[in-house]
Design a protein around this ligand. Structure first.
Ligand code: BG6
Length: 468
């Protein structure tokens, strides 16, 4: 049915970024390097060392966010900016930057939503084994305690780990270590287990020591369609939805491994080693809400068994690849695609919200959704991103239908508040409401220019999401 409920009065119309994709200042004021600073990135794309220079221009950026009417801004803290080696000395200048940013947001009435860790593990921890080393769990808890106690009075909403599933399923997604092999699956699922423990401990810490704050996981979550009504295709699609989404969220919310996922891990000999007490740690931590990053749906078919299951098609999101002998990606004739080949499926967002609501019964926050496109700065200084407006508008209408379905939706933070460096395509591929004038190598003036979508989103927010 098509009844459209109104958006709640306190709905958090926001936008997102992450530290390493927006800040720059990669080695300033005592910041330590992170894995992203040290990995090698595709040739010809901008590196992350200057990014959008937000570190030096955050006041201007926050003023633009306020002008747009944002109610919330979701950003991440660079762990190695506040603790340069990840588990040693605290860097006061790093804390000071985030204090000034948070204060600037609060002065404008914009709710800060903080992600503790968005892909940028401190390089010093990576050198000691990264998430494969169990000591990283305690380093993360200590880091979280620091941020919660420094900023808990001004930041009501917290996210633990951004897209843990992307990091585990596609370890090359954030770059490749020079002269090193990517970890094998057994190592990856051990890393995953350690991240799950770290997350559960931080959920528990937050609730025990910082009453009133809310915290949740942020998983890239989507829905899968079976290519046909052939039962084997349905099983393959269900396998993939479970392995890609629910296996991560089930541990985060229910504090135990998903049965199907655990059977899969055991069958392949890649289940993580659990120490006595681990099951109890996972049980201790419960989130207050579920944050999801939603971009696309995928369509999955049964393996043909001919060795062609893992066949990335040009432009496909890496996270949609197949797995040999298990399932293969298929085409969906009913959905669109972005210029980068990502599936565009607004109805899939409604479906995903329904499923997350039904499965977990918690409020949901959309922490990412957006369209990457090669925006063009016209001679007259405008950026006419009507395609982005159409994309976001369609997703907002489906969110509204999901609210009518009974989903408790807290807010919407599209990717991205401002142009950021994309994980793979530098500044060729943009997502922001605010254009950052720079090329891959040519930094130009890094000036900020309002895109057409800026004015459109301002209007959406002013009308609390009503299209009339
Ligand atoms: C999400 C990440 O998966 O997708 C972001 O959390 C990322 O960090 C975004 O930028 C868009 O992906 P890409 O590859 O187009 O930058």
């Amino acid at each position: 049915y098509q009844h459209r409920a109104a958006f709640p009065a306190d709905f958090l119309w926001g936008a997102s970024t992450s530290a390493y994709q927006v800040e720059g200042a990669w080695n300033e004021d005592g910041k330590g390097p992170s894995v992203v600073d040290m990995l090698s990135h595709p040739e010809g794309t901008a590196d992350f060392r200057v990014a959008s220079d937000h570190y030096h221009r955050f006041e201007e950026d926050v003023a633009l966010m306020a002008e747009m009417g944002l109610k919330a801004y979701r950003f991440s803290v660079a762990w190695s900016r506040v603790i340069p080696d990840g588990d040693g000395e605290v860097n006061p200048a790093g804390l000071d930057f985030y204090r000034r940013l948070i204060d600037a947001l609060c002065r404008q009435g914009i709710t800060p939503i903080v992600t503790l860790y968005h892909f940028d593990l401190p390089w010093a921890l990576e050198q000691k084994g990264g998430w494969l080393n169990r000591d990283t769990v305690e380093a993360f808890v200590r880091y979280a305690r620091l941020l919660l106690s420094e900023f808990g009075d001004k930041v009501p909403l917290w996210l633990t780990i951004n897209e843990q599933n992307t990091m585990i399923l596609h370890p090359g997604a954030i770059g490749v270590p020079p002269d090193r092999e990517l970890p094998d699956k057994k190592a990856l699922y051990q890393q995953n287990h350690h991240m799950m423990l770290a997350q559960a401990k931080v959920f528990a810490l937050c609730h025990d020591a910082f009453k009133g704050l809310k915290i949740g996981p942020a998983i890239n979550t989507t829905s899968m369609y079976a290519e046909t009504c052939k039962p084997e295709d349905a099983i393959a699609a269900h396998n993939w939805e479970t392995l890609r989404c629910w296996s991560f969220l089930d541990v985060a919310v229910h504090g135990r491994y998903n049965a199907l996922a655990w059977a899969y891990l055991q069958d392949r000999g890649i289940a993580p080693a659990m120490l006595p007490g681990d099951a109890g740690i996972l049980q201790q931590g419960k989130p207050d809400f579920v944050a999801i990053n939603y971009y696309s749906t995928a369509t999955i078919a049964a393996s043909r068994g001919d060795g062609n299951d893992v066949s990335p098609r040009a432009g496909d999101q890496q996270i949609m690849l197949g797995e040999a002998g298990v399932y293969r990606p298929a085409e969906n004739p009913w959905v669109g695609k972005t210029p980068y080949g990502w599936v565009v499926d607004p109805v899939g967002l409604r479906l995903t919200l329904r499923k997350v609501c039904e499965r977990y019964g918690l409020p949901i926050l959309i922490t990412e959704n957006g369209m990457g496109a090669p925006d063009k700065l016209e001679q007259d200084g405008t950026i006419n991103d009507d395609y982005r407006i159409a994309f976001l508008e369609a997703h907002i209408r489906q969110m509204q239908l999901a609210i009518s379905d009974g989903v408790d939706l807290m807010g919407y933070c599209p990717w991205a508040a401002i142009d950021v460096v994309s994980t793979h395509q530098g500044y060729a591929k943009r997502y922001g409401f605010i254009y950052v004038d720079r090329g891959e190598d040519d930094l130009k003036a890094l000036s900020r220019i309002r895109k057409r979508s800026f004015w459109w989103y301002k209007d959406v927010i002013a009308k609390n999401g009503n299209s009339e």
